[in-house]
Design a protein around this ligand. Sequence first.
Ligand SMILES: CC(C)(COP(=O)(O)OP(=O)(O)OC[C@H]1O[C@@H](n2cnc3c(N)ncnc32)[C@H](O)[C@@H]1OP(=O)(O)O)[C@@H](O)C(=O)NCCC(=O)NCCSC(=O)CC(=O)O
Length: 312
Amino acid sequence: MALAILCSGQGNQHAGMFDLTGDAPEAASLFAYVSRQLGGDPRVLVRQADPDVLHGNRTAQLLCTLQALAAAALFDSALPGRRCLAGYSVGEVAAWGVAGLIGATETLDLVDKRARLMDAESHGDEGMLFIRGLDRASIDQLCEGREAAIAICNPANAWVLGGRKVALDMIAQEAAKCGALRVSSIPVKVPSHTYLLADASSAFGGALADIRLQTGRQPRARLFSGIDGDPVLDASRDLNKLALQISHPIQWDKCLAGCVEAGATVFLELGPGRALAEMAAGAYPEIPARSLDDFRSIRGVLDWLTRITGSA
Ligand SMILES: CC(C)(COP(=O)(O)OP(=O)(O)OC[C@H]1O[C@@H](n2cnc3c(N)ncnc32)[C@H](O)[C@@H]1OP(=O)(O)O)[C@@H](O)C(=O)NCCC(=O)NCCSC(=O)CC(=O)O
């Protein structure tokens, strides 16, 4: 059996997101580190801050990455040995940390830099939009001639678009008229994974050049890259895909398919939120899928994994 770990992207930060990880001694140093980055304790921030603050680009990226790294620190020794790993949007950077290829604090520093570069290229009038139920050709047509593009290809004709809000608003109206089953804006404030962030991509490539990859150790998991769904077989060669993904679409459908081809028999999303577990369950109904947000205790997560796999 193989466990597929999914690292979440921005959009679902919430007050209870650190309920399982926030008090764990294994994650204490990570919370202290992010407290310094954010200028305040993230556990307090998620409980007290306005949703608008939690969805600010830099804050959101750091919170999501912290959650993935904290969960990994807690679970690492308890989870089944055969694993695969995929990260959605900023979750892909977190996944390199969870895989042990980049140190945890270096991962957080990288995410900080990524967020700042993306903010520097944004104008405050961008966002992301979810559309389900139209085919690729229809989505491409809706984006044609507008400052918007496909950002994430999800299974079952579900798409995330990034772009200027004015363009996304027009696309949302037209998508509904064209028969989309669901159209919904996503609380993300940057046009991630689109050409609008091309300069941030190049600049982040420069930052990646300084990273010391921890390739001496055996990787803890088979890791998939977002832009093509291919496994990372040569970390030094594939690291730059973390830069490319800032301005190129994520093939999340291919990442999930890669996990299944690699033998995944259970999906566990680290959160915040349950979007990835729900997508995996929709695309592969025969494979159990849950998010940490579905549980009230770490024991509950481990018991569930034990029931499914016979080992945890
Ligand atoms: C956008 C969403 C809120 C949409 O989720 P929803 O659940 O509202 O919408 P949905 O269409 O998937 O599901 C609505 C209902 O339809 C059902 N449903 C789903 N797919 C279906 C299908 N193929 N056929 C029939 N029904 C289906 C669902 O079970 C659900 O049922 P029921 O109603 O019964 O439950 C979510 O996908 C989400 O949170 N996504 C993650 C956020 C995201 O994409 N972030 C971008 C990261 S970018 C980023 O991080 C930037 C960076 O790079 O830093």
